[in-house]
Design a protein around this ligand. Sequence first.
Ligand code: ZN
Length: 122
Amino acid sequence: MENLCKRCGEALCEDGTDVKVMTSDLEVIVVCDMCQRPDDVTCDDSHLIRMYSDALLKARGKQVTGYHYGKPFMGNIFGCARIRDSSDMLVTVVSHDNVYMINSSTLYNGGCDVYKNLHVYL
Ligand SMILES: [Zn+2]
């Protein structure tokens, strides 16, 4: 799949000048060097994941959507628990008919084998 800049839609060069940033509304996107904005946070993944986890800790009640084994769901964050010896957290999402336990890194990455297309409306 070709990587495109999320802001201008241009193909990203393979020379490493594209940047991964977290926008002011905590969305992590990859943009070309022309599209970087002053309010973007650029840094390495581990720092971004930590910031994301901190935001999740304050996100009780916020809506989460995604697919669980191919079945779409929509729920709300009930709580977050730090996982011992890990920078990850376990996020509990409650929908009208189910409870989902999702790792914060899975939410950050947008999915895994079980979950797909995850989105948190922070
Ligand atoms: Zn761009």
